[in-house]
Design a protein around this ligand. Structure first.
Ligand SMILES: Cc1cc2nc3c(=O)[nH]c(=O)nc-3n(C[C@H](O)[C@H](O)[C@H](O)COP(=O)(O)O)c2cc1C
Length: 195
């Protein structure tokens, strides 16, 4: 049994490391949702800024709120994709903070994850995020890693999705994830989406 269980639709949670309204990373993930082949659903998680600063002493206080919502969102999806900027050669604090809350609870353990990049820069943050995810026992799907150079282009998600080269790159990445998830990438592509 692969990571889909008996379902035919692969559910992907997309998490951006940027909180900016005009974020290139968030825009990239919105485009990913638009180009998803049939049988793959992509949902953007947009609440990492609601997650309080990590403090293990406050586990009980926050388990039902934003932290609980984040954990539930990850549990409710088959795979997770990340796209993040680099700040001062590191992972943005909001993203690292969110991840710190699930180190102990283990939602990413064994979960297929892939990194998508809105720029070829930010190599320190990418390396750090890979190290963090590996330490959390997530299953990094390297074949699905993809870069779409958006820096300085000011493209909307729609424009990205309508640019054939970019759309193909992104949907190919999702298909690689589907193959890795269940060995069913080709079947997903040709099947009717259904829960
Ligand atoms: C405070 C700050 C620090 C940054 N530090 C780096 C850095 O160390 N390396 C880098 O490549 N880019 C750095 N950048 C640039 C951002 O990573 C880049 O603009 C990114 O594309 C922003 O992503 P977004 O459009 O999704 O918000 C920094 C930007 C800010 C605002």
């Amino acid at each position: 049994m692969g990571c889909l269980g008996h379902r035919r639709t692969m559910r992907v949670l997309a998490i951006s490391g940027s909180l900016r309204a005009q974020s290139t990373n968030t825009t990239l993930l919105r485009a990913v949702a638009m180009v998803a082949p049939r049988g793959i659903e992509v949902e953007l998680f947009e609440e990492i800024d609601r997650i309080p600063p990590f403090n293990p002493d406050l586990e009980e206080r926050y388990a039902a709120g934003a932290v609980g919502g984040f954990r539930e969102a990850i549990r409710g999806h088959d795979v997770v994709v990340f796209s993040t900027p680099e700040y001062a050669h590191g992972i943005p604090g909001a993203l690292k903070n969110a991840l710190d809350w699930i180190v102990g609870s283990g939602e990413l353990s064994g979960k297929p994850v892939a990194l998508m990049h809105a720029s070829a820069r930010g190599v320190y943050a990418v390396a750090a995020l890979k190290e963090v995810l590996t330490t959390m026992d997530a299953r990094l799907v390297h074949e699905a890693e993809v870069t779409v150079p958006l820096l300085g282009k000011e493209m909307t998600a729609e424009a990205i999705a309508q640019t054939p080269e970019f759309a193909e790159r992104l949907s190919a990445s999702l298909e690689k994830l589907a193959e890795s998830c269940d060995g069913r990438g080709a079947q997903l592509q040709g099947s009717q989406a259904g829960a």
